[in-house]
Design a protein around this ligand. Structure first.
Ligand SMILES: NC(=O)c1ccc[n+]([C@@H]2O[C@H](COP(=O)([O-])OP(=O)(O)OC[C@H]3O[C@@H](n4cnc5c(N)ncnc54)[C@H](O)[C@@H]3O)[C@@H](O)[C@H]2O)c1
Length: 245
């Protein structure tokens, strides 16, 4: 029998109000994990995780708010075992129209947040001598993306590089770090795309279907589980064959 080993573990999921993060929270709840959930959208977050979950509304691109989240997690549970960082934003702005403000926003929300969270999480996890971090990137890091703006693709490539640095630093401390690159996935994020883009995604996907957030969440949770005990510094593509390394 395959055992995730996540029962009773303290798992922090970001972007938990919607899409892939929400699916991760639901899956982890089913494994008996203790949940700390965060999202910018505090109202929608209230629907997720059940009575025992810690829910924190925060903007994770801001250091003070990340610090507050990690402190609240420690105060409630006394430890942190797993971080799955799903929070992110997407833009489809063509290159000539990308402003400095958009560049900064995408890099702050998608990449700085990963750095801030991982920096704090490694410190908490090393106290327990064991931890697992999964950062969510995107196939846009590999391919430039489907209608994705330049800062989106760049931010997600940054997440992949950050994963490798973190793996070198945190591996000896007992913290495993990996990256998940989803392909096109049906979530609120992609609901802004029109029919033409959705059909293009299908054409570029050899499995010839779109996937749902649960199919991404299951792989994120496996990476965080005992089932991936020797997987470290890896980037896992979950995209129906849209990109093959
Ligand atoms: N859906 C896809 O096709 C797809 C493809 C590749 C990668 N991804 C990545 O997967 C991750 C999850 O995407 P999703 O499709 O579930 O998106 P989503 O929009 O459904 O959910 C993202 C969540 O992040 C939250 N969020 C946004 N900015 C935040 C901030 N500053 N602080 C805290 N929370 C914030 C949002 O409120 C939202 O609940 C993202 O990093 C995304 O870039 C998604």
């Amino acid at each position: 029998m395959l055992e995730s080993g996540l029962g009773g573990r303290v798992c922090l999921v970001t972007g938990a109000a919607n899409g892939i993060g929400r699916a991760c929270a639901e899956l982890l709840a089913g494994e008996g994990a203790r949940l700390a959930l965060c999202d910018l959208d505090g109202e929608r977050l209230e629907e997720v995780g059940g009575d025992a979950a810690l829910r924190v509304a925060a903007d994770l691109s801001r250091r003070a708010q990340v610090t507050r989240l990690l402190a609240a997690t420690r105060e409630r549970f006394g430890r942190l075992d797993v971080l799955i960082h799903c929070a992110g934003i997407y833009r489809v702005t063509p290159l000539p129209q990308v402003t400095d403000a958009e560049w900064d926003q995408l890099l702050d929300v998608n990449l700085r947040s990963a750095f801030l969270l991982a920096q704090g999480a490694v410190e908490l996890m090393r106290e327990g001598g064991d931890g697992r971090i999964v950062l969510v990137g995107s196939f846009a890091a590999r391919t430039g993306g489907l209608r994705a703006s330049a800062p989106y693709a760049a931010s997600k490539a940054g997440v992949e590089g950050l994963t490798r640095h973190l793996a070198q630093y945190a591996g000896p401390l007992g913290v495993r770090v990996n990256c998940l690159h989803p392909g096109f996935t049906e979530t609120p994020m992609t609901s802004i795309l029109g029919e033409e883009a959705r059909e293009e995604a299908l054409r570029r996907t050899p499995l010839r279907r779109h996937c749902g957030p649960a199919e991404q969440a299951s792989m994120a949770v496996v990476l965080a589980s005992d089932l991936a005990a020797f997987v470290h510094g890896a980037t896992l593509d979950v995209n129906g064959g849209m990109y093959m390394a």
